[in-house]
Design a protein. Structure first.
Lengths: 332, 332
């Protein structure tokens, strides 16, 4: 049964969802959500009963469904599956993910191996349908309280690097005044991370180091699990671990447009805590290696054309711009 | 009168020039000079009597001539003019400059204004013969002992940043064993400078700041007259001037692949001499400003294709790579 946007929103509200002062439209980022009256706040809220765990979904005959064994109400189940068929997966979701995967496959192998150095971010399955389905779920889910959920309607909101993040208490919501499109910050990623997880180029305000290991007297392991779960002074900083002569950082900020002294400040503080010397130069060397990695990627792209190549080039530029905002240092 | 390469070289040698084991040929850089026997050294030497100061030349009816016939021997004059009109300006020199000027003028206006900022590098929109003639001479001259000279035959060797520089004692020469093309390093330039002077992208090993003026309690003027005419400690550094609260640098190195600590070291040394405190942050800010200028150039180029766009992109990448080699600092 064909359902209109209004029908769907009505059902959404009947099941506890909130959709105040919003409408679907087209903008600079393609299809998205816009305020009806820009002088008033917009509010989108997905209640707990409509947040579907990614463990509870399955694709059957090309349709996204909730597993029959999963414990959801019948109305919620019907709503979610119809929403996915008409407004998400079955609308443009599948075709967009398919286009992204095809774009990736057209990239030169040496570019792919730089983008996915250990294959972790790359979908494991070689079957086209499964890859597309995995890519879709990967790009739409939100990690919340240690679990990943799909969030109908709210997932239609596009990403903005300077927008507020999702509010995740009692469901998931977005709220505020929007002079143009309703936007949300999907996560605390950099331009490179956003491209890998969502397939588009975004001018993020922060850059993180690529994953790396460095042997030697001051052994360093750098991950890419972006977080700010530790604390030093008044600042939240990423988790890190000092184990003998090894310093392991869950992630390493290497550029920040709002706080350009912060990246070196954080690293130097942690490295001194680990007993390192010459920490500022160590940091410079890490940032240099990152720059050269992305410049090498640009070099590899030079002789090629392809649908995704302009996007990758733009992502690299955004990453280099964010990395460039690393000036001086500071105490924490 | 048609002149063969052999006839020209015979005349060159008769006037005191040396051209041992060399022949004209085609390679990856286009037309150039190659060793006849690659296992043996080559030698190209232009004696003093064949080095013609730029100020003693002029274009008459589209031909490059020596202006002051009294100063130069008749044979030298005839040789220079016939050489120019057969193998250089009249060979492919003029047509190459016209093609380059046309390609540059096809670049988007916002790219042109970024590439040619400042009066010394200002471009005219229309191609006129005087512009082509001037650019040709500028691309072929060598600065030697405070004046610019044209150096027949030797000027046909192509550029490479890793090649030896010209030996300018007792004339101008290149000498050595070359496994492929005979190459010379035209001068101390960065990729941006090489592109603006010669129109090609070259992976130079150093980067210099764009010209800029920074106001504030410490006024800073940075020019782009690249030189190493001063010294500090055992290092050659560019000329600089301290006048009151103003520090004027003839140029500022901001990256060096062979000596990555040197760039910040030179600036900090000079700035402290001018009474600055915390010059490290100031240096970081200058480098950041430069990076953002070139990244903005990349952004503008994203919307364009064809012509010189790939070359400019490559030049920008080379410049960013050279700038990236700025790690730590050092005392001089």
């Amino acid at each position: 049964m064909a359902r209109t946007w209004e029908d769907m929103i009505e059902t959404f509200r009947a099941l506890g969802g909130t959709a105040d002062n919003i409408v679907r439209g087209n903008g600079a980022r393609g299809r998205g959500i816009f305020p009806i009256d820009k002088s008033k706040p917009a509010r989108l809220h997905v209640p707990e009963n409509l947040l579907i765990s990614d463990d509870d979904i399955v694709f059957i005959d090309g349709r996204l469904k909730i597993r029959s064994s999963a414990a959801y109400g019948r109305s919620e189940r019907e709503f979610f599956e119809e929403y996915q068929d008409i407004f998400s997966w079955g609308d443009t979701g599948r075709s967009e993910c398919s286009a992204f995967i095809q774009g990736l496959e057209e990239l030169p192998p040496e570019v792919l191996s730089l983008l996915f150095p250990d294959g972790i971010a790359k979908p494991q399955s070689h079957d086209d349908h499964e890859r597309i389905e995995q890519e879709f779920v990967q790009s739409r889910k939100l990690e919340r309280n240690g679990k990943c959920v799909l969030m109908p309607v709210v997932e239609l909101v596009n990403h903005g690097p300077t927008a507020r993040p999702f509010a995740t208490t009692n469901g998931v919501s977005i709220e505020g005044m929007f002079s143009d499109e309703v936007l949300v910050r999907y996560n605390a990623q950099d331009a490179f991370g956003i491209f890998l997880s969502h397939g588009f180029a975004s001018p993020e305000l922060v850059a993180y180091s690529v994953a790396a290991r460095r042997e030697g007297p001051q052994k360093l392991i750098v991950g890419r699990k972006t977080n700010d779960k530790s604390k030093r002074g008044s600042l939240n900083i990423p988790n890190f671990r000092i184990d003998g002569d090894t310093l392991e950082v869950s992630c390493l900020m290497i550029g920040n447009k709002r706080f350009p002294r912060l990246p070196k400040g954080i690293f130097c503080h942690i490295a001194r805590e680990a007993g390192w010397t010459n920490v500022e130069e160590e940091f410079d060397a890490i940032v240099h290696r990152n720059r050269m990695t992305f410049l090498h990627l640009l070099q590899l792209l030079e002789p090629h054309e392809g649908k995704l190549i302009p996007t990758v080039r733009k992502m690299i530029r955004y990453q280099l711009e964010a990395m460039s905002h690393c000036i001086g240092t500071r105490e924490l | 009168m048609a002149w063969t390469w052999k006839e020209m070289i015979d005349a060159f040698r008769a006037l005191g020039g040396t051209a041992d084991n060399v022949v004209q040929g085609e390679g990856t850089r286009g037309r150039g000079i190659f060793p006849i026997d690659r296992s043996k050294p080559i030698r190209l030497h232009v004696p003093e009597n064949l080095l013609i100061p730029e100020k003693d030349t002029e274009f008459v009816d589209g031909r490059l001539k020596i202006t002051d016939s009294v100063k130069y021997g008749k044979d030298e004059q005839e040789f220079f003019e016939q050489y120019q009109n057969t193998f250089s300006w009249g060979g492919s020199g003029r047509s190459e400059r016209v093609a380059l000027a046309r390609a540059i003028d096809q670049l988007p206006p916002e790219v042109l204004s970024l590439l040619f900022v400042g009066s010394t590098m200002k471009r005219q929109v229309d191609i006129d013969p005087a512009r082509i003639e001037r650019e040709f001479v500028q691309s072929r001259r060598l600065e030697r002992n405070g004046e610019y000279v044209l150096m027949p035959v030797l000027e046909l060797a192509n550029h490479d940043p890793a090649a030896p520089s010209y030996d300018t004692t007792g004339g101008v020469s290149i000498e050595g064993v070359f496994s492929d093309e005979v190459l010379a390093r035209y001068g101390l330039q960065d990729p941006f400078g090489i592109f603006v002077s010669y129109g090609f992208a070259s992976a130079e090993r150093a980067a210099f700041s764009l010209p800029t003026t920074r106001e504030g309690p410490h006024k800073l003027i940075i020019r782009r007259k690249i030189n190493q005419k001063s010294s500090r400690g055992s290092f050659y550094v560019p000329e600089f001037r301290i006048e009151g609260d103003t520090l004027e640098l003839s140029c500022l190195m901001i990256g060096n692949m062979d000596f990555p600590r040197l760039s910040k070291g030179i600036f900090c040394n000079v700035a402290r001499e001018a009474g600055w405190t915390s010059p490290e942050d100031e240096f970081d800010a200058i480098v950041q400003q430069n990076r953002m200028s070139f990244l903005y150039l990349l952004e503008v180029l994203e919307r364009h294709e064809g012509g010189l766009v790939p070359t400019v992109r490559k030049m920008v990448r080379y410049q960013l790579e050279a700038m990236s080699h700025c790690i730590g600092t050092r005392e001089l």
